[in-house]
Design a protein around this ligand. Structure first.
Ligand code: HPA
Length: 250
């Protein structure tokens, strides 16, 4: 742990969210971790006088693909700087009917379809193996606080849903999404795991704020996913994030 004062909240920004507007007393901190470099330097700053950290998961300029993100370095670095609560903001595709493009969702479950990612801090020669409980993958208190903050900010969010974490970077086939739907997934994204479990391993309260950028493949009556549409929807959904986080920190 560094000697910095505690951080009230850390945000890991996903596609479309590369910095956090309105922070004061900003400083950038590059953290050296036992797992290598984090995605980017971490921005430290204050919002309503409370200390906040921000990390761009894909790096500024979106240069790191989902399967190449150093999730361990990111979570370790945030904890090292004093973060005890982390909100992961993730772009997703909507599968369930009420998760249309531009919806914001605070999921409560995960199914992990990723592979070949370093998904544990125990995955190191000589480390003591811990089998963490992951029955409820997100922090119940942080989820509730996020949902209450969204209500105070006047932003509609869907409470609950199962996040299917896929490998990427390609989008899924219609058959893959049909399978995810049968499995019980309501949303699909590429970066929700292993971030959530790594936070759990370090006893960090973690919740996900998912931004629906598009209907998942084969959903919503579309024949194909349009990239320009994804970015337009994502911009609109991303604009709703700062007011929620601001209400969370007041
Ligand atoms: N699938 C996976 N990840 C995503 C999607 C999607 O349709 N949209 C945004 N991130």
């Amino acid at each position: 742990m560094s000697n910095d004062p505690a951080i009230e909240l850390a945000i890991v920004g996903g596609t479309g969210l590369y910095n956090f507007p309105g922070l004061e007393n900003v400083e950038k901190r590059a953290v050296d971790t036992p797992f290598g470099a984090a995605s980017d330097a971490i921005t430290l700053g204050e919002l309503h006088g409370k200390r906040m950290a921000f990390l761009a998961r894909h790096a500024a300029g979106h240069s790191i693909a989902p399967h190449r993100i150093n999730y361990r370095a990111n979570i370790w670095a945030l904890q090292h700087l004093g973060a005890r609560r982390v909100v992961g903001v993730n772009a997703v595709g909507g599968i369930r009917a009420d998760m249309a493009p531009r919806a914001l969702v605070v999921p409560d479950q995960i199914i992990d379809y990723t592979h070949g990612r370093f998904s544990s801090f125990c995955d190191v020669e000589g480390a003591k193996v811990e089998h963490v409980d992951f029955t409820e993958p997100y922090s119940a208190t942080l989820r509730a606080d996020l949902i209450a903050a969204a209500a105070r900010a006047g932003v509609a969010v869907v409470d609950g849903g199962c996040y299917g974490a896929t490998q990427g970077p390609r989008l899924e086939t219609a058959a893959e999404i049909a399978r995810l739907r049968r499995d019980g997934c309501d949303l699909v994204g590429m970066t929700g795991m292993p971030e959530a479990v790594l936070a759990r391993e370090l006893n960090i309260d973690y919740a996900c704020l998912a931004l629906v950028a598009n209907w998942a493949a084969g959903c919503g009556g579309q024949a194909k996913i349009s990239l320009p549409e994804i970015f337009a929807h994502l911009d609109a959904a991303t604009a709703q994030v700062p007011p929620i986080i601001s209400a969370l920190l007041v």
